[in-house]
Design a binder for this molecule. Sequence first.
Ligand code: CMC
Length: 454
Amino acid sequence: MPVPTLSPQNSTPTSTAVAAAAMTNETVPKTAKLTLGDQEIDLPVMVGSEGEVAIDIRQLRAKTGAITFDPGLGNTGACLSKITFLDGEQGILRYAGYPIEELAQKSHFVEVMWLLLHQELPSAPQLSQFTHEVTHHTMLHEDLKELFQSLPKVGHPMAVCAAAVGALSTFYRKEGPHTREQNWIDAIRLLAKMPTIAAYSYKHSIGQPFMYPRNDLSYAGNILHMLFANPCERYEVNPITARALDLLLILHADHEQNCSTSTVRTVGSSGANLFASVSAGISALWGPLHGGANQAVIEMLMSIRDGKRTAREFMELAKKKDSGVRLMGFGHRVYKNYDPRALILKQACYDVLGQLGRKDPLLDIALELEQIALSDAYFIDRKLYPNVDFYSGIIYKALGIPVDMFTVFFAIGRMPGWVAQWLEYQADPEARITRPRQIYMGPTPRSYKQVAER
Ligand code: CMC
């Protein structure tokens, strides 16, 4: 098979995303010409609202018989979306056009949820109604408690949360098509009940009674109450802790087509309901290359604090391919610059530790690792910078959140993103079941031999 060449028409051939991004709407060609042997076809070129250039290959196989090869899908746009914009080269993140820095400073998590779901900020009555909904549908069906109790206490809370979210389908889903109304009710349920599920997964693991949600508290305040209160004592939510948690939730709320969000969309593309789709997303998030990195980072910092090896020794190991060690909380598929969320969280580490009157040697170790990395050719050449998980754990730890629960908090934060992306997919008239192809490299046809002949 001849190797194809692909170049935008009427322009110098270009191979880098940066070069494509430099084109303006006026200079972007309407089509890209693909030459495959003696075949030549024109493929439509699309431009996103922030100038992202994409070649529409939907007709590629029908016209040429060829498919594309893109393991990890790093060059593949799988959907059109209006929810989140991310520019990895420049380190920009915006939810529906609003810069993450501004939302972190001026907004709050419940408002951000609405923003992601509607791609507009809510009016005052909309916000008040929505706040009521997501803080009043918080209780779980009493029978669901038995699910938690049936699971081993040593089980990771992410596994428990995935199971409990999937199990919501058994309580709430009716058979039949997903209507907009039904989807919205499910969305509210999930957003309201996820903190309760998260807190129950923790309470079960430590053998304490489940604390019912308190609907008079803020979204973040209620999470802290369900996690830390017990029936024997009065528990007051510390506003500093609640605000810090709210900030963490805002920063995790969406991040376009990452592994777990793509999973949620993929599962939803088969017609599976929202609870089933999000349960799969929680499982995807759990992995250490994705949301599980926040737990892995703190464990890495603790191992250095406890003298297993020095920061410099660790960094040498992280550069060796065969060591199996990576600098956790560093690097990103899309960011080739400082993750803007990490920048906010680094400052928040100082703020929160200061406000709570704490010191944490892990922050000093993280700063040392960052300083070594940012002046080391290995990390510079590969454009590896701190990502959202590098500093978040230090804040969770300062808030008293157990290490095993860090990724669960990522899941609470990511919930509106998953829900918004799932709803967007369901409403997309061009959406199809996700079904990639493969390039088969296995044996060609051969005849079966009876076992005695093998
Ligand atoms: N430490 C050491 N080397 C690294 C690291 C790291 N953290 N990240 C990437 N590299 C190297 C990698 O070995 C490869 O080197 P080479 O070109 O010599 O083969 C190069 O950098 C490119 O890495 P990649 O694995 O091809 O990049 P990717 O886009 O497939 O993976 C990543 C992205 C985030 C999985 C990866 O950077 C990583 O494993 N980071 C550590 C885990 C982590 O912090 N994950 C959280 C991601 S952000 C939040 C989220 O999504 O949940």
